[in-house]
Design a protein around this ligand. Structure first.
Ligand code: C2E
Ligand code: CA
Ligand code: CA
Ligand code: CA
Length: 279
C-alpha cells in the first residue's frame, strides 16, 4: 500500500507538471498569437422566430494558427483569464466587433446589434467602462448596436457592484444579455433586479429538449419567467427542427445555432445574411 501510495503521488505530481507545462506553452503561444495577429472574429446570426429575420449576431473569437489549425476558445479563454491576457484579448475583440459592425452600416446594411462576450476578469477590471466608451467613440458605432453578453455566474458574484456596473452599461445605451442562463441558479427575485434586455437559455437545456422531459420543462419555465420579467429570450445551440419547433411553440423570441448557421468569418456572414436582407 505504501509503494502504491508513492506511485500515486508520483503520478499525481507528474500530471500536475505536465499540465503546468502545457499551460505555460499555451500562454506563450497566446502571447505570440496576439502579437502576430492570428486571431479572428466569427459571427453567428441571431434569428427572430416571428419573422425569420436575422436581427443580430454574436462575435466569437477564433485563434487560427499559421498551420491553419483553429483552436477553440473553450481551450484558451481559461488560460487567458488566469494569465490576465484576457484583458488585451478582450479589448481587441471589442474593438474589432465594433469596427466591423460600423463598417457594415457604412456599407448600407440595416443596423443590428453585434454581441460581444465579456469574461469575468474583464468585467471586473476597473477600466472596463472607460474602455467600452472609448471604443464606441473611436469607431463611431451607436451604443444601441452593441450588446454585451455576461454569463449568469459572473452576475452572481458581488451582487451590488455587479448591478451598479450593469446599470452604467445600460445608461450608456448598450444592450445586456445573460449568457448560459439556467446554469447558475439565480433566483427569481435576484433576476428581477438585473437591468437586462435578454436571457439566453444555455445550450445544454436546449439540447435536452427532445430527449429529456426535464430539459423541455426547464426551457419552458425560463421562457415563461422571461415573459413575466418583460425580457426577451433567446435559445442558443439550436440544432434540429424539433428543437426549433418546440421553442417556437413555447413563445421563445429568438434562436441561435447550427440549425440556422454556424459562426462564420465576417465576409461570409455579410454575403449570406446582410446582402440577402438588402436585396
Ligand atoms: P458561448 O458564449 O456560450 O458561445 C456559444 C458557443 O456555442 C460557441 O462556441 C458557438 O460556436 C457554439 N455553438 C453555436 N451554435 C451551436 C450549436 O448549434 N450547437 C453547438 N453544440 N454549439 C454551438 P465557441 O465559439 O467555441 O465559444 C466557446 C465559448 O468561449 C463561448 O461560449 C464563450 O464563453 C467563450 N468565448 C468565445 N469568444 C469569446 C470572446 O471573444 N471573449 C470571451 N471572453 N469569451 C469568448
Ligand atoms: Ca455568448
Ligand atoms: Ca452561451
Ligand atoms: Ca457556454
Amino acid at each position: 500500500a505504501k509503494a502504491e501510495g508513492r506511485n500515486n503521488y508520483q503520478f499525481f505530481t507528474r500530471n500536475i507538471s505536465e499540465r503546468a507545462i502545457k499551460r505555460f506553452a499555451m500562454e506563450g503561444n497566446l502571447r505570440r498569437a496576439i502579437a502576430r495577429d492570428e486571431s479572428a472574429l466569427y459571427y453567428q446570426p441571431k434569428i427572430e422566430i416571428a419573422t425569420g429575420r436575422v436581427i443580430g449576431a454574436e462575435a466569437l473569437l477564433r485563434w487560427q494558427l499559421q498551420s491553419s489549425e483553429i483552436i477553440s476558445p473553450a481551450q484558451f479563454i481559461p488560460v487567458a483569464e488566469e494569465s490576465g491576457l484576457i484583458i488585451p484579448i478582450g479589448e481587441w475583440v471589442l474593438r474589432q466587433a465594433c469596427r466591423q459592425n460600423r463598417a457594415w452600416q457604412e456599407a448600407g446594411y440595416p443596423a443590428m446589434p453585434v454581441a460581444v462576450n465579456v469574461s469575468a476578469v474583464q468585467f471586473r477590471d476597473k477600466h472596463f467602462l472607460e474602455l467600452v466608451s472609448r471604443v464606441l467613440q473611436e469607431t463611431g458605432l451607436d451604443p444601441s448596436n452593441l450588446e454585451l453578453e455576461l454569463t449568469e455566474s459572473v452576475t452572481m458574484q458581488e451582487v451590488d457592484t455587479t448591478i451598479g456596473l450593469m446599470r452604467s452599461i445600460k445608461d450608456m445605451g448598450i444592450s445586456l444579455s445573460i449568457d448560459d442562463f439556467g446554469t447558475g441558479y439565480s433566483s427569481f427575485s435576484y433576476l428581477r433586479r438585473l437591468p437586462i434586455d435578454t436571457l439566453k437559455i444555455d445550450k445544454s437545456f436546449v439540447q435536452d429538449i427532445a430527449t429529456d422531459p426535464d430539459g423541455a420543462a426547464i426551457v419552458s419555465a425560463i421562457i415563461s419567467m422571461a415573459k413575466i420579467l418583460k425580457q426577451k429570450v433567446i435559445a442558443e445551440g439550436v440544432e434540429t427542427p424539433a428543437q426549433y419547433e418546440f421553442l417556437r411553440q413555447q413563445g421563445c423570441d429568438q434562436i441561435q445555432g447550427y440549425y440556422f448557421s454556424e459562426p462564420l468569418p465576417a465576409e461570409e456572414f455579410e454575403a449570406r445574411f446582410l446582402r440577402e436582407q438588402v436585396a
